[in-house]
Design a protein around this ligand. Structure first.
Ligand SMILES: Cc1cc2nc3c(=O)[nH]c(=O)nc-3n(C[C@H](O)[C@H](O)[C@H](O)COP(=O)(O)OP(=O)(O)OC[C@H]3O[C@@H](n4cnc5c(N)ncnc54)[C@H](O)[C@@H]3O)c2cc1C
Ligand code: SF4
Length: 491
């Protein structure tokens, strides 16, 4: 009968990577566990949960069609599910690829699961630690250039394609007036999707594919319709367009339905055929072989306690504006939260400039913000949310990842987004009833942390601006009001 159990977590959905790559169809039993704790343990965004569960159920069917014997177990917890399998099949060795979070690694280790190396990334944890161990500061751009050379991507004889490593200076543009976007792809729903919708009492959008075939279609769609425009407009935040030229590939990459190397191969093919310019191809490659690999590497390198850092001692409860798009009149926040309520996704600028900025300048506890982000986003996994939120977003790590906090006032949001036009607040004002909360709180945040930031030479210009404020006492009074109102969900 069976000689081993191959345990496939819901983020290892691949026949070609992870433990299934070297599994035997005749002698291995493939086990997946849909745990009650996963379904009901946290207030997950239903769209996210739908994607996770439906993708897993589809994958179980795919593995079976590929010749594996699959046990898809429903149980109160993952370990209960594995225990059920043990009772039925005896004490067989259980093998899995290394899990993608500290918590699951510990749980499965204690249960006696044997791990194979996690090959869902282009950089092993050991190789990343070798790079990081040699750095004085962990600058992503340095890691990225080393990746380009190591992987031989857009590099000829050690020199970067197009003469530059980074084409950011040509990007970050606002789309021209009346620019037309090709629009996102929609994904049809099938019987498995409908069962999951019923289970969750949720009618899913057609945004997310739940199969490997759908993920491949999304990749092809991105390369054909969006890659060429990706670079120039990657940081834009227009009012009526939510996806822009973003790939929408993160959920598939993060659950294993796509691998970074096939995504990069498709993009490089388009570049070689002249279907996309270097400024877009380089920008996209940087996200995937740079940022994504760097964030995963840093998660493991920085260790389990990193998630608990709170360098700015931020202790405010999560604001009602995060959990209910109608709980604030701040147009930027309510629009972004409404998008998340619908699709469990917004692109990186709203995540950073609106949500993280709000958590940062209001002093929301970083762990509470992290929990909320984990629950909301379709692409959220521990390895990716922890460094992005604790390091990039809230500066809770006192600058180990980013040298300065990403705080911005209303004037900056007004320049970079189209939200302010429809807002009851005035981005230029920092005091008064119609003062933009971001503008007031930006100065108040600098003021509250003045002593800490004085030690950071990259904050010199901002602190000099603070010192020039003639109405700081009034700003402080207004900030206290704004914080109270936001905390009460009345703003
Ligand atoms: C506060 C914050 C939280 C984030 N949380 C997540 C998360 O939980 N999961 C997640 O996949 N991404 C996260 N990101 C990164 C980024 O916002 C998303 O990867 C991106 O918006 C996904 O959409 P896309 O696939 O269309 O990306 P594109 O813009 O098309 O980019 C291509 C790919 O690059 C990778 N990538 C780009 N930036 C990052 C990054 N900072 N970290 C990891 N991968 C990156 C993703 O795999 C993405 O699919 C976060 C960013 C911020 C600022
Ligand atoms: S005015 Fe302020 S609150 Fe309103 S949309 Fe602009 S940045 Fe957001």
């Amino acid at each position: 009968m069976f000689e081993r159990v191959i345990f496939v977590p819901f983020d290892h959905l691949s026949l070609d990577h992870g433990a299934l790559a070297a599994a035997h169809r005749e002698t291995d039993l493939v086990v997946m566990v849909e745990s009650e704790r996963m379904l009901t343990g946290r207030p997950w965004n239903a769209e996210r949960l739908f994607f996770m569960v439906s993708a897993a159920r589809h994958f179980a069917a795919l593995a079976e069609a590929d010749g594996f014997t699959v046990r898809y177990v429903r149980a109160p917890t993952t370990l209960d599910g594995l225990n059920q399998v043990r009772q039925e099949f005896g004490d067989l060795p259980i093998v899995s690829a290394e899990p993608s979070s500290f918590r699951q690694s510990q749980q499965l280790t204690e249960f006696g699961v044997e791990f194979l190396e996690n090959d869902f990334f282009l950089t092993s944890r050991a190789d990343f630690a070798l790079w990081a161990g040699k750095q004085k500061s962990y600058v992503m751009e340095n890691f990225y250039r080393a990746q380009r050379v190591r992987l031989g991507i857009l590099v000829t004889n050690g020199a970067p394609e197009g003469g530059r490593w980074n084409f950011d200076a040509d990007n970050r543009l606002a789309p021209p007036k009346n620019y037309t976007w090709p629009g996102p792809l929609t994904h049809e729903r099938d019987d498995i999707d409908r069962e999951v919708e019923k289970l969750l009492s949720h009618t899913a959008t057609t945004t997310w594919a739940t199969t490997r075939a759908g993920a491949l279609t999304q990749l092809a769609w991105f390369v054909e319709h969006h890659l060429a425009g990706f670079g120039p407009f990657e940081d834009a935040v227009p009012k009526d367009e939510w996806a822009l030229h973003h790939s929408l590939l993160s959920p598939y990459l993060n659950v294993g339905l796509l691998h970074a190397h096939e995504v990069i191969a498709a993009v490089l093919d388009a570049y070689r055929d002249g279907r996309a310019p270097i400024q877009s191809v380089e920008a996209f490659v940087r996200q995937v072989i740079g940022w994504r690999e760097y964030i995963n590497g840093m998660y493991w390198f920085l260790g389990e306690d990193y998630r608990n850092l709170n360098g700015l001692q931020a202790d405010r409860d999560l604001l009602p504006a995060f959990t209910d798009s109608t709980a604030t009149q701040m147009n930027c926040v309510s629009s972004v939260v409404a998008d998340i309520e619908k699709r469990a996704w917004v692109h990186h600028i709203p995540r950073l400039m609106v949500l993280s900025n709000l958590a940062l300048v209001t002093g929301v506890n970083p762990q509470k913000f992290l929990d909320w982000m984990r629950e909301q986003f379709v692409d959220a996994s521990d390895w990716v949310m922890v460094p992005n939120v604790i390091g990039m977003a809230t500066h809770a790590d006192s600058g180990r990842l980013m040298t300065k906090p990403y705080a911005a006032g209303g004037a900056y949001l007004n320049r970079m987004t189209e939200f302010c036009g429809g807002c009851r607040f005035d981005p230029k004002k920092r005091v008064g009833d119609d003062a933009c909360p971001f503008t007031t709180l930006y100065w108040d945040f600098l003021d509250r942390h003045r002593e800490t930031f004085a030690k950071n030479h990259r904050m010199g210009q901002q602190l000099a601006g603070l010192n020039r404020l003639s109405d700081l006492p009034e700003v402080r009074v207004r900030a206290a009001e704004v914080l109270d109102e936001l905390s009460a969900g009345r703003f």
